[in-house]
Design a protein around this ligand. Sequence first.
Ligand code: GLU
Ligand code: MG
Length: 631
Amino acid sequence: MGLLSQGSPLNWVETKKYADHVRKHGILQFLNIYNKVKDRQKDVLKWGDEVEYMLVELDEKNEKARLILNGHKVLETLQEQGENIDPNHPTLWRPEYGSYMIEGTPGQPYGGTMSEFNTVEDNMVKRRREASSVLHEHETLCTITAFPRLGCPGFTKPEFRPTPVEKGVSKSLFFPDEAINRHPRFSTLTRNIRHRRGEKVVINVPIFKDKNTASPFLETFPEDDGEAARAVIPDHIYMDAMGFGTGNCCLQVTFQACSINEARYLYDQLATFCPIVMALSAASPFYRGFVSDIDCRWGVISASVDDRTREEHGLEPLKNNKFRIHKSRYDSIDSYLCFCGEKYNDIELTKDEEIYKQLQDAGIDKLLAQHIAHLFIRDPLSLFEEKINLDDENESDHFENLQSTNWQTMRFKPPPPNSDIGWRVEFRPMEVQLTDFENSAYVVFIVLLTRVILSYKLDFLIPLSKVDENMKVAQKRNAVQEGLFYFRKDIYKGCNLLIDSASTAVQNGVESEGVHEEYTLMSIDTIINGKEGVFQGLIPILNCYLENMEVDVDTRCTILNYLKLIKKRASGELMTMARWMREFVTKHPQYKKDSVISDRINYDLICQCDRIARGQEHCPELIGDLINRGL
Ligand code: GLU
Ligand code: MG
């Protein structure tokens, strides 16, 4: 969730005073990095995954599953036993937004060889085992994207009541401040987002209307001071805190490219896959104890950190703010970075014109300059008193401050100053899966995809407005089966990797007329598995690539099993986690067809999830005859 500084956090009024200072020095820091490493070539392909976990207590006696708020203790123990004593320890642990969350990554990045694909799952199992070993009896580690009863009375252990008054951090009617990680970054972000916005965040998720669901479904909240009543929409599940979004778990992959140009190419290409892979990974159908009509968390997080004012939203004329801003800080990307993508940059890009000019004057090309100038329309959200004046040559905190609070589907990451790390991109849309087997499968699928994109110089670009439409479709219930997604028909019409505006400008002029014929609507099954006469399919392309690679038998077998999972999820032969959870609830004897996930249903669901994740029970509907080894 980003950079952690120590010190005294500033409130919003103070932070705002330094916004221009942070932006000014952030740009200088970026320029210093850029000038030092722009020509860096031949970094090797490295990559790593990030898995976010929830700590859960399974209280058998009371038949309740609750989130345990001791993430900081668990984290401290894991770090003490691991990285603090052994720099080569195979796992690394980091804090996350919820005080019931931790994040785990492999100790070292993976390299470029095929055999590394055979170690991903081992490492994930190691992480699960390691973290489980420091928990108490009846406590467990879950990779569940959204805890079904997050924000319901008594959902945490120990139990806390929310603080729905101005002095509270979230001021939430549902989400207690104690469920926020106690590192000041997290509460500062939460409070400053609320103060910048001028009101609580508003999240409204459509409810799934079952036979006995109230119609219209409309809740009232006795402790509300009026904010909730103004924000709530009939037939929606209303939520009012950052934790409802950032308190969810995901699965991310970061790649180091061999050069800045390759990173820009991967950034663009992978951006088109974000909605597709998100739908394939759909795992979050329940919010605040209700069955919703969406399958993915994305829009929820997007709304949960939306710090835009009414002016920025376009609800009032601009007076105190500088820009109309079309998206939340947590949203899909707004511009491609390669010149062959320029003609597809068809959504409005708000940018800070002064910064844009400054970057161009410093020799940065238009597309990179506008990307940075777009990120920098935002204000810093958390700033520490001790970290205001920095050495711009050797530090990058001000750049990172804005970079790391622009939570987009893809992140383009310049190297940190004075490090041997190269240019990187991060793939951020995936929902975390229940088992290490599934998480490994999704991660390996994405990494393999980058290999074929680079090896065959594939081109998946479509207009960004279409990627955005895909993002909307991807979150709908059962999008993986029912959704149609814009996708490029001919992916071999190569993108010119060279970032040369002069030569591609001519090409763009000629080609732009034909853009709308380059893509068509496809189902995820067609995109992944192919359909005669329409599209070859990604899995057949990956298989073809694998056939030409030297791969040992064991690794090949592992990879084939992973691809089998993706293939079957795409065809509908296997369920997504979201669909499986829905069916579990529907079939539960205590479910009253009223869209309510009671404590008992939640408990049984989480227990079942835990048994599957541990490998104690098979779940053929979810993973077929493939094997999750478990603990
Ligand atoms: N938990 C967030 C999500 O579900 C991501 C936080 C991060 O960037 O690490 O997308
Ligand atoms: Mg994280």
